[in-house]
Ligand binder design. Structure first.
Ligand code: F6P
Length: 354
């Protein structure tokens, strides 16, 4: 058997751990593993190489992906640099998979990659999906690897921002990633003892946040606010840094903290400052939890391939590693639901949630 493996979408800590696990687990059973470079772009353009156990030695703890990735390539809707209507070049990618002699493909990626993987599966390429994203927003899996590592970065950043905020009695905003889901801000904010946590799922009232900060100011306290990049005031749109027409992810978010900083400053005596964590949340070595989860996912994906159970995505269900239909994941996402236990914990501590 010859099995392709690719990493699509934004990178995240733990991708190499999956590549390693898939390679080692399949190689145990005599299968050849073919690493496809730069995600679905490599499948389209014919860029790949065989992966041997020696190629994956020492990569478990390495951030990023040894295969490279691409979060702007959808072979079913390719745009040329000159613009114009997107072209479906999936037949070319399927031809490439045939030329390589691939019997199956393991696609590691987020929601966009899972949607593409599902379409390839429907077009006749046997696919198994592995969910990754620091955002933790994939449907039907309780966790994605990469999330724990991102939360650890946020917690450490908040620890650092807290001491400088306290020293100056400032209001300090910390902007996290997460796109349209607030998981990173919620868990990171709790782990880093934020005083306020603002999520995309709960539009905030500027007046309520200002009153919260003012009350703390009156007690001589600084205020640490953890704000998701997708958070916004009620009646206000998302803070968009750039528009990327034709991209599977057409909005680049950013600026939520700065926007709130500007709204708060006139209402407070203390200085209001902001920091954006950006890609520091995606880079670097995975936490031990993510190394283990990614390894479990890789082993489970290899198992699905061996059992020829295609069109499935590996998923964490409670403590168990199970699988779900790619069809049920494609085009869906998972947000922080109203009444979630962590929201309740934050409220019980008296945190401001907007
Ligand atoms: O989906 C993961 C993610 O890190 C989001 O949280 C963020 O909005 C986006 O990717 C950033 O992507 P890029 O690297 O293209 O700026």
């Amino acid at each position: 058997m010859k099995v392709g493996v690719l990493t699509g979408g934004g990178d995240c800590p733990g991708l190499n751990a999956v590549i390693r696990a898939v390679t080692l687990a399949l190689q145990q059973h005599g299968a050849a593993v073919w690493g496809i470079e730069q995600g679905f772009r490599g499948l389209l353009e014919g860029r790949g190489r065989e992966l041997h156990p020696a190629d994956v030695a020492g990569i478990l703890a390495e951030g990023g992906t040894i295969l490279g990735t691409d979060n702007r390539c959808d072979p079913f809707a390719m745009r040329s640099d000159a613009g114009g209507e997107p072209a479906d070049r999936s037949a070319q990618a399927l031809g490439q998979a045939r030329d390589w002699g691939l019997d199956a493909l393991v696609a590691i990626g987020g929601d966009g990659s899972m949607a593409i993987a599902h379409r390839f599966h429907e077009a006749g390429l046997p696919v198994v999906g592995v969910p990754k994203t620091i955002d933790n927003d994939l449907a039907l899996t309780d966790r994605t690897f990469g999330f724990d590592s991102a939360v650890a970065v946020v917690a450490e950043a908040l620890d650092r921002l807290a001491t400088t905020a306290r020293s100056h009695r400032r209001v300090m905003l910390c902007e996290t990633m997460g796109r349209y889901a607030g998981w990173i801000a919620l868990e990171g904010g709790l782990a880093g003892a934020a005083d306020a946590i603002l999520l995309p799922e709960r539009p905030y009232e500027v007046a309520a946040v200002a009153a919260f900060c003012a009350a703390r100011e009156a007690r001589g306290l600084s205020t640490l606010i953890c704000i998701a990049e997708g958070a916004h005031a009620a009646g206000e749109g998302l803070a968009v840094r750039a528009r990327l027409p034709g991209s599977p992810d057409p909005l680049r978010l950013g600026g939520a903290a700065e926007r709130l900083q500007q709204a708060l400053q006139p209402q407070l005596a203390s200085e209001v400052r902001s920091a954006v964590l950006g890609h520091t949340q995606r880079g670097g070595t995975p936490t031990a939890y993510d190394r283990v989860l990614a390894t479990r996912f890789g082993v489970a994906a290899a198992e699905l391939v061996r059992q020829r159970r295609f069109g499935r995505m590996v998923a964490l269900q409670g403590d168990a590693c199970g699988d779900v239909a790619l069809a049920d994941v494609a085009g869906r996402s998972r947000n922080v639901p109203e009444g979630h236990a962590l929201l309740h914990a934050a409220q019980a501590l008296g945190l401001c949630l907007g």
